[in-house]
Design a protein around this ligand. Structure first.
Ligand SMILES: *Cc1c(COP(=O)(O)O)cnc(C)c1O
Length: 425
């Protein structure tokens, strides 16, 4: 049973100030989960989680994570700006980018972020861009082929645009050493949204054995190994959630088996989790505004795919709770739709839910990561506000909803239409 962390009463109170739709985040849940992660890897002295900013790029969320000892993982100019604004310093910022523009490398270097290179050609590119390579550099490894852990987890790194091949990886560490780099990192991201305790341990074995090879063949000692993102969450009610404590202790077993005997017992473990850190602790709250009985039964809500793209883009399942009807029988089948002129703008298809009346509030679950963040402005739709449910039960605005003037802001340089960028409504 998936349970919403807001009630109908809480939403009725919140909408007096902040109309639907909105994303709301659960501070207590975020903190408890982040503490469990930290505990799971507490056996590793240098362990650090670099939260993937792209999942939830909101400075107030980053503040919460910063207080718990997390850093940030960035892959764009504005994500770096955001990290800097929140007060993340130097090595608290990881820059794991690909197809990277020169000005982004320059900015990351200026902030003292740890740069994780996506390609062997980026060594020269970075050197030309900033003059001299930083003392610390990391490389993103892509072993290619197929990454398989169980019958239902299968990804194809061989088709992914990211990372260096094994051959390139060894060549690149050699070049970095020659060029005076002092601290080396290794990174890989081989499968996404894995709901199994086996992903990190399997990935860790691949990276740890590679690090031992790098030491033996090149005399290069890896200082940190970045297991990146990919730990998933159970979007559907029947899935068994990952147990982060088990994941942490299985990574330790592999560490003790592979790295320690090879004299690599000081390697720091890093993670760059996004989804695991935030997804379950965010919900999109929306109101039923239309019902339509044609070839199917439709409920039209005031949110649409610009507020949450995953169902339209991947056919992703997001659980829905009709607030106030948690204990009623789910005996009505609905398509729950938004208002875009796109037939894929459906939050749910053939979903069994309690009977929905106009004005009911629907909580769409697990939108805390890659939810608001993937928003866009198709059909001239505006992005929603973001709210934070604080630990004390109060609700705080952490991003206002877009206004038409925001949508038109990029016309401000034209005399003829600048008024659109200034007009409020
Ligand atoms: C997206 C991304 C992450 C986070 O992935 P999740 O699946 O949200 O944990 C981490 N690192 C990099 C480089 C990414 O691109």
């Amino acid at each position: 049973m998936k349970k919403a962390f807001v009630t109908k009463e809480m939403v009725e109170e919140a909408v007096k100030k902040y109309p639907t739709p909105f994303h709301i985040y659960d501070e207590a849940g975020i903190k408890e989960n982040a503490r469990k992660l930290k505990e799971a890897f507490s056996w590793n002295k240098g362990y650090k989680e670099y939260f993937a900013v792209k999942a939830t790029p909101n400075p107030f969320i980053l503040e919460v994570l910063k207080d718990l000892g997390c850093g940030t993982d960035c892959s764009s100019y504005t994500e770096l700006m955001l990290s800097d604004a929140v007060g993340f310093k130097g090595s608290e910022i990881m820059f794991s980018s690909n197809d990277t523009p020169a000005e982004e490398f320059a900015y990351a270097a200026k902030l003292g972020a740890t740069i994780n290179l996506d390609d062997i050609t980026h060594i020269d590119f970075l050197e030309k861009t900033i003059g001299k390579l930083p003392e610390t550099l990391s490389l993103r490894y892509n072993p290619g082929g197929v990454f398989k852990i169980s019958t239902d987890i299968m990804d194809k790194p061989g088709d992914a645009k990211y990372g260096l091949t094994r051959e390139q990886l060894f060549e690149a560490y050699g070049i970095l050493k020659e060029k005076g780099v002092k601290r080396f990192g290794m990174h890989a991201f081989l499968a996404s949204n894995t709901v199994t305790n086996e992903y990190y341990p399997t990935l860790a074995r691949e990276l740890f054995t590679t690090a031992v090879d790098v030491k033996e063949k090149l005399g290069v000692e890896i200082s940190f190994i970045n297991l990146s993102g990919g730990i998933g969450i159970p979007y559907t009610p029947d899935q068994e959630p990952n147990d982060i404590a088990v994941i942490g202790s299985r990574v330790k077993e592999v560490y003790d088996e592979v790295l320690v005997p090879a004299g690599l017992s000081d390697v720091s473990i890093f993670t760059e989790l996004g989804r695991f850190m935030l997804a379950p602790f965010g919900m999109l709250v929306t109101k039923a505004i239309h019902e339509k009985h044609t070839h199917k039964e439709y409920i039209g809500v005031d949110a649409c795919a610009v507020n949450l793209m995953r169902p339209a883009m991947y056919g992703a399942y997001h659980h829905i709770t009709v607030l106030g009807k948690e204990n009623e029988k789910a005996d009505h089948m609905y398509d729950v739709t938004g208002s875009l002129c796109e037939n894929n703008d459906k939050f749910a298809i053939d979903r069994m839910l309690p009977e929905i009346e106009m004005g009911d509030y629907l909580a769409i679950h697990d939108t805390g990561a890659h939810g608001f963040a993937m928003g866009y402005n198709y059909n001239g739709k505006l992005k929603s506000s973001e709210l934070l449910l604080k630990e004390d039960g109060s609700i705080e605005l952490i991003r206002r909803a877009e206004r038409p003037s925001d949508y038109f802001a990029t016309f401000d340089c034209f005399d003829k239409y600048a008024f659109l960028a200034k007009k409020e409504s």
